[in-house]
Design a protein around this ligand. Structure first.
Ligand SMILES: Cc1cc2nc3c(=O)[nH]c(=O)nc-3n(C[C@H](O)[C@H](O)[C@H](O)COP(=O)(O)OP(=O)(O)OC[C@H]3O[C@@H](n4cnc5c(N)ncnc54)[C@H](O)[C@@H]3O)c2cc1C
Length: 305
């Protein structure tokens, strides 16, 4: 009874401070896997100020919070998330010559297309990757085939730090590495925006680059819901090759299936639950460990487990 009363007070406080906050919002539609139960509370942050205010409020109310980007590298539990999900919809892009600042909610696709309009080159390899600046910078998004990663063009990142103050940190302090950064290692820093240094070029040469990168991405199973690469590549061999060699191409548990097109992708082949995916992941890890003595590590992040 007391817990219910407290929850209702929390909801009222969230609504009075933030405006539109929903309860029990289904999260599956906000993920590329199309999997996941409801958020206890859900808020769409349309500006950097919204984003910062909502995080500070969640902390002051002692409720859990989670920053949702495009949901393209996460698996949300079937039970959902017990706290406030803050969807970043802050989408401002600003220019100062060849310096470009993008808010954390800007979709990578939007940024690539926008900088083209300013005849700026450098980010074309991000075309076709379905994330936001927040998720992309946290996970140092990029293309292993081309060896290009988003950190290459970053000058600095604006964050809400662990003391709840805004700070601008230079690239060298972001601890970028293969599909990783300091933001993936700690949960108490929020990326608010990122500043990129690009180069001037001609429209035709940038368009040609984009066409080439799109062609190279055509082997990925983007027609079925998935969350990109499930595992990081171990030092020994590429994950997809280990999984393929182990005979797991097409392996299915419930509605979750190892993609026929790209074996480091698991696809939602219809009505998959998070539990199906978790069981399939653990089956793959066990098979690879037994056959090759290699311990695969997830690239995706588990939310609400
Ligand atoms: C079809 C497909 C193809 C893909 N291809 C590639 C590829 O080629 N290369 C590649 O690198 N990835 C790829 N991915 C994975 C994914 O698109 C990227 O990892 C992307 O950058 C994730 O961004 P997101 O906004 O969707 O993050 P989400 O999945 O929403 O979140 C990922 C993590 O980032 C954290 N996060 C998000 N915003 C912030 C913030 N503002 N501050 C702090 N933390 C934050 C979240 O809390 C979460 O922990 C692919 C995915 C799919 C579905």
């Amino acid at each position: 009874m007391l817990v219910c009363q407290y929850m209702s007070e929390v909801y009222q406080e969230l609504q009075s401070q933030l405006g539109e906050v929903s309860q029990n919002e289904k999260l599956a539609p906000f993920t590329s896997f199309k999997i996941g139960g409801p958020a206890q509370y859900f808020f769409s942050a349309k500006t950097n100020e919204d984003l910062i205010k909502s995080v500070k409020l969640a902390i002051s109310l002692s409720i859990k919070y989670f920053i949702l980007g495009n949901g393209s590298n996460i698996l949300i539990s079937d039970k959902g998330f017990p706290g406030l999900v803050i969807k970043q919809d802050n989408m401002k892009i600003s220019y100062d010559g060849t310096l470009v600042t993008a808010a954390s909610g800007v979709r990578l696709q939007k940024l690539v297309r926008d900088v083209v309009e300013h005849n700026l080159t450098g980010l074309e390899y991000l075309i076709g990757i379905p994330g936001t600046i927040g998720g992309g910078v946290a996970g140092n998004v990029g293309t292993p085939q081309e060896g290009q990663w988003i950190n290459e063009h970053i000058v600095s990142v604006e964050i809400l730090d662990s003391r709840r103050e805004i700070a601008e940190i230079l690239k060298a302090s972001c601890d970028f590495s293969y599909r990783n950064s300091r933001f993936k290692k700690v949960d108490n820093e929020l990326i608010v925006s990122a500043k990129f240094e690009l180069r001037k070029s001609t429209r035709s040469s940038i368009d040609e680059n984009i066409k080439n990168f799109l062609r190279k991405r055509s082997h990925q199973p983007i027609n079925l819901p998935c969350a990109g690469s499930i595992f990081r590549n171990p030092a020994e061999k590429k994950s997809w090759k280990l999984i393929d060699d182990a005979g797991l191409r097409g392996k299915k548990i419930g509605g979750a299936q190892v993609s026929e097109e790209h074996t480091n992708f698991i696809v939602n082949a219809g009505e998959a639950t998070a539990e199906d995916v978790v069981i399939l992941i653990s089956y793959i890890k066990q098979q690879i460990r037994d056959k090759y003595r290699v311990q695969l590590q997830e690239e995706i992040k588990y939310i609400g487990f």
